[in-house]
Design a protein around this ligand. Structure first.
Ligand code: UD2
Length: 318
């Protein structure tokens, strides 16, 4: 069975990929510097994986982590537009330097293929919808620039060094274990935790901002498909999404209904670096990876809210 390295394994996405790969019998090495990841995310799988507390910018640590590895899933990042606006230099290190450091380690170790958590932020605010991979990147925030630059490094490593790479452009992923506690957390995680706690959520903008909110199961599936796909996928970029657009107001109303929230919502001005609308064309991933939407928005919300209730009652008991 394959040996895999997952960076950012203590994060919401990394730990979800780890659970599925473990169920499929893979040997897992995971690295995380725990800057945004949390050990609770690994609770019941920690004894079944090799966990290393390390930073992706640490070349020696990445060399060591890549020994005998077949596939790398690179999820480590500081995944936040506003955080990058506030600290462009500080976020460039983990988001871009770390990616290059890891690519170099993977190349030297003879890794078979490296999958990368790219972002829909690459498309910027171009009016054309849905977003196709053939569109020219138009990053707005430093975060988007860092993620696009990473994609270029991946295709460079594929062409120049023959390291197989796949960039997966995630469109607003959500699900259990996504941290809701930071001001930089994803909007759905924040809304869910605020409304279950009876706190008033905030919409930045007029509520018509839209996103292709994608449940985590789709992302896990896309990663596994990308690892197994023929070599013709190497060096390429694929949207990972649902192909459906939901506004912030619709998301708020859907969560309100499931949670049974009776409070209100407040509106504040749009955030710097934000994009108005985002929705993906997923046909390339369907054709080349065999990707399918395995879980829709409503199902995803129900699962996430269910999980969130469990966490809150555990906290109450403790
Ligand atoms: C970007 C990327 C996404 C992913 C993510 C990193 C786009 C279109 N998407 O997500 O693919 O890489 O970065 O995690 O660039 N908002 C509120 N209230 C809140 C919090 C947020 O209204 O309490 C708004 C926010 O201003 C934005 C929208 O919700 O308009 C989504 O924000 P987000 O931080 O969840 O994700 P986003 O779109 O920056």
């Amino acid at each position: 069975m394959a040996k895999v390295l997952i960076t950012g394994i203590a994060g919401f996405i990394g730990s979800s990929i780890a659970r599925e790969l473990l169920a499929q019998g893979a040997t897992i090495v995971g690295v995380d510097n725990l800057s945004t990841g949390r050990m609770e995310n690994l609770e019941e799988i920690l004894s079944s994986i090799e966990f290393r507390r390390a930073d992706v910018q640490d070349a020696q640590a990445m060399d060591d982590a890549c020994v005998d590895v077949d596939y790398v899933f690179h999820e480590a990042a500081i995944p936040s537009v506003p955080k990058s606006v506030q600290d462009p230099v500080g976020t460039n290190g983990p988001n871009l330097d770390g990616t290059l450091t890891l690519l170099e380690a993977a190349r030297k170790a003879g890794v078979k293929r490296l999958m990368y958590a790219a972002s829909s932020a690459a498309y910027g605010d171009a009016p054309e919808l849905p977003k196709t991979e053939a569109m020219l990147p138009a990053p707005i925030s430093p975060y988007a620039v860092q993620k696009v630059a990473g994609e270029h490094y991946l295709s460079s490593y594929a062409r120049v060094y023959g390291l197989e790479t796949v960039s997966l452009r995630y469109f607003n992923i959500f699900g259990p274990r996504q941290d809701p506690t930071s001001q930089y957390s994803g909007v759905l995680a924040r809304f869910i935790s605020q409304m279950t706690a009876g706190e008033t959520p905030t919409i930045f903008g007029d509520g018509q901002t839209s996103r292709d909110f994608t449940y985590i199961d789709n992302v896990v599936s896309a990663n596994l498909l990308a690892a197994k796909a023929p070599s013709s996928v190497s060096g390429k970029i694929f949207n990972v999404a649902t192909g459906r657009r939901v506004t912030l107001l619709e998301a708020y109303q859907a969560i309100k209904k499931i949670v049974g929230y009776t409070g209100d919502i407040q509106f504040k001005p749009e955030r710097e670096g934000d994009i108005k609308h985002s929705v993906a064309d997923i046909s390339l991933a369907q054709q080349m990876l065999g990707y399918r939407v395995v879980a829709d928005f409503t199902y995803g919300l129900e699962m996430t809210i269910e999980w969130s209730k469990g966490v809150q009652s555990m906290t109450a008991i403790a």
